[in-house]
Design a protein around this ligand. Sequence first.
Ligand code: AMP
Length: 410
Amino acid sequence: MRDILPPESGRWRRFTEVFADVVERAGYGQLVTPLLEDLGVFTRIGDATDVVTKEMYDFVDKGDRHVALRPEMTASVCRAFAEHRPTVPWKIWYAGSNFRYEKPQRGRYRQFDQVGVEVLGVDDPYLDVEVIALAWEFYARLGLSRVNLIVNSLGEPGDRARYVEALRAHFTAAGDGLSEQSRATLDRNPLRVLDSKREVDQEHIDAAPQIAEFHGDDAAGHFEAVLAGLRALDIPFTIEPKLVRGLDYYRRTIFEFQGDTLDSAQNALGGGGRYDGLVEALGGPPTPGVGFALGLDRTLLACDDEGVFPAAPPVLDAFVVDVTGGLQAVALTAELRLAGFAADRGYDNRSMKAQMKLANRSGARFALIVGDDELDAGTVVVKPMSGAGEQIAVARSQISSYLASHPPQN
Ligand code: AMP
């Protein structure tokens, strides 16, 4: 778990603001859920996933309730849907921290942030397309271009069950040829063996049966419609038959966004898919859902790699240098801030030289200098800090309009 200091923290906030802008224009409203839920909300995700079996921060609270810090947000959204019974389609976005007890490394933390959307109550394949397109637009807004979309379909629950059995038979036949970890995974969830990055497992994974062979007509038709929609929007994708996503409730469309610049073990920037049965498991009516979660931490690492969406401290319009005791600076900065400008000043009545150094370091567009002469004359010396332009004396009462008529050049 990490502290996020300025200016990086400002970049985090802008990340969420850009996301909110993209999804709110598509009719999504923000849902805020508690960080802590009854443990049962998350165990419904599936007892064959590491997120649930190994990584949960769960504990018994002072009222003897078994609770957990959320490891992801989809389950909380479905819990809220079951509880409030809103009209459908329910189009929701969210942002915030999740907690997983994983081995920390670059791009993998125990507290990490996500933004995401979920839509409940609609089966339309073109909604899957809308959701994917929103994530795609968001990456573009950040300036990222080296993002790959991979898609697959897990079929209907029956298709998926037959596929899981075929995989189980295939990997069981590999016997000791499979890594010890994958043999343990095989017992719990044969699909997850496809995720293994271990060298010894690769030949068995390459030879494994593919889910498309098990798709019934419904699943195949849905998937074709999704692909047609992506083509219509010119969103490039790769079909990856081995893509499976961890959580048990996925069906039909699943997708992942991978950052080209990141190490393969941590290159998943985000992912999602269509799911079924989760709202029911949480006490609501049968309700289909589709959504995604995008990891903030890794996406910002990808931004660093591509040199886009930099952390930028707020730009000051003015830094007030007051060598008359400090009260002028107090009044002038307050006045400028009220007028909508970003203004800062020095403290502790320091020398002109020391204050000018601060003004320089602040990155302000102008230093506004008040000495005894200016105080007597009712003026302020305005010094452009960019090096361009002469310094001039401006009447104190005209400072705001002077700044307004000299906006930032960019
Ligand atoms: P998931 O909920 O596992 O599908 O994760 C969705 C996205 O959240 C991933 O693609 C990552 O970008 C991010 N993510 C998941 N776990 C972590 C973690 N431990 N640290 C940082 N980011 C994570």
